[in-house]
Design a protein around this ligand. Structure first.
Ligand SMILES: [Zn+2]
Length: 468
């Protein structure tokens, strides 16, 4: 799968986007747990180690509790407000705070006049929610007799709890790492082998944390199932001395991918400027037009911020068809059965545990993404799935979707066989590629997730069958 921009699945993102806009763009709901994003914030005051906002917002009631952590010490401020602009007076030691909350368009303004020793200061914070509901920005301006600063605080919606679920005696799978390919790890007396690296540097940090909860042994090996960002963009957060292993085609795939990302990143500032200019010209009135432009702008800014922090890690050790070794007494086999989902697709097999990580050669209960540009091959993919069914296996970890048994391999092979048959039939009827993308719907597989990737899968198979 291509990397999902956010931590939630595409359907959820769409749903959230619709929800966030459906509030007539007037009254967004700020409720949620929000985690400070230091990389994207611009502060003129010391940057806290961490900060969390908890907001319960039932318009007009607004409960806010924020905790800044400086030098390991938490400082919590909590307040109940109403967005009707009514003033609340709070005494905090020698200070008297006159607080008001009111709407300014889609922004909620938290206005505080602070009195102390006969002097006054003004703190005005504008809260803003991104169109997809995943980013919360607080534009703060403080004006006091001696002190003056302007801050932009950026917070991300807190991710659902991630858990390391036991798959076998020594293998765990991470559950709840939304938007990323499935991550698993093998714990041995000599250290930990992790399979895949998550979809973002933040995912990488979570993975390391979850490993630490299970063992004090270090992460020494990382096996990658293929080059897609939702499987490798967390690697920069792994220990620098962990050896990253992948099939040899990954090197060229990552180089090409990195070039594409660089050119996208270079184009983003111009695109952001163009969107800002377009919004400026639209003026305040054109709400429907503004909404789309604002969403595009938020997305472009988010993408740019993501690329700015991203550092792509190349594999340190590559192999051709198979790499077998023992790690902490456990046999490990990393196997490339030829091109499948990509031309660098690997299976990571733990024969002693009877567990396999299939990478994206298995999309369990989801339509598979087929990466034509990276040399996918569905005929060979089906053959590889058939071969893996001959191996001693009890648990099968898919690239996406829930933990499975061996039967999921047969189901994936059946899906790909159906897809090839449907595309072949469309071609025999003389349908063009564009017609086939519309007509091939696979009625037997309507209940699968990621339905949006089906036209791409049809295109990949169409091109493959043209070559056959
Ligand atoms: Zn993939």
């Amino acid at each position: 799968m291509k990397r999902q921009r956010c931590t939630l699945g595409p359907a959820v993102i769409f749903f959230l986007a619709v929800l966030a806009c459906a509030g007539a763009a007037d009254r967004p709901d700020f409720s949620g747990k929000w985690v400070f994003n230091a990389a994207r914030s611009k502060l003129q005051i010391p940057v806290p180690q961490s900060s969390t906002f908890l907001i319960e917002h039932r318009e007009p009631a607004f409960h806010l509790s924020r905790t800044h952590v400086y030098d390991g010490k938490g400082d919590t401020f909590a307040i109940d407000l109403s967005s009707d602009g009514r003033e609340r007076v709070i005494r905090e030691g020698p200070q008297v705070l006159h607080c008001r909350l009111y709407w300014e368009g889609t922004r909620l303004v938290f206005h505080t006049r602070i009195e102390m020793d006969g002097k006054e200061a003004l703190n005005v914070v504008q809260y803003e929610l991104s169109a997809d509901g995943l980013t919360f920005t607080a534009h703060e301006s403080f004006r006091g007799p001696k002190l003056k600063y302007d801050n932009v605080w950026v917070f991300d919606r807190a991710q659902p709890e991630v858990r390391a679920v036991p798959v076998s005696e020594k293998v765990f799978m991470l559950d709840g790492l939304a938007g990323a390919g499935n991550v698993a790890f093998l714990v041995t007396g000599e250290g930990v082998l992790v399979v895949d690296g998550g979809a973002s540097p933040a995912d990488g940090r979570v993975i390391c944390e979850k490993v630490r909860e299970k063992t004090d042994k270090p992460i020494r090996l990382v096996a990658l199932t293929h080059y897609h960002g939702d499987h490798i963009f967390g690697l920069q957060s792994f220990p620098a001395d962990a050896l990253v292993i992948a099939q040899q085609n990954m090197t060229k795939n990552i180089l090409r991918y990195t070039e594409r990302i660089q050119s996208e990143r270079q184009q983003l500032p111009a695109r952001i400027a163009a969107l800002e200019a377009a919004l400026g010209k639209l003026g305040r009135g054109k709400k429907v037009l503004r909404q789309k432009e604002e969403e595009d702008l938020a997305r472009a800014r988010e993408q740019y911020a993501f690329y700015q922090q991203l550092r792509i890690v190349q594999p340190h050790l590559t192999f051709d068809n198979k790499l077998s070794f023992r790690f902490g007494g456990e046999p490990v086999e990393i196997i490339h059965l030829g091109p499948a989902h990509t031309d660098d697709s690997s299976l990571v097999y733990f024969p002693g545990q009877k567990v396999i990580h299939m990478g994206d050669m298995l999309f369990n209960r989801h339509h598979p993404y087929i990466d034509r540009r990276a040399g996918s091959n569905t005929a060979n993919w089906i053959a590889a799935l058939q071969e893996a069914q001959n191996w001693p296996l009890e648990k099968v970890i898919p690239g996406h979707g829930p933990l499975a048994g061996k039967e999921a391999l047969a189901e994936q092979a059946r899906y790909l066989t159906d897809l090839r048959a449907a595309v072949s039939a469309a071609m025999q009827k003389g349908l063009t590629l564009e017609q086939a993308k519309k007509e091939v719907t696979l009625p037997a597989w309507l209940d699968l997730g990621f339905p949006g990737v089906l036209p791409m899968a049809v295109e990949a198979v169409y091109r493959e069958l043209e070559r056959e």
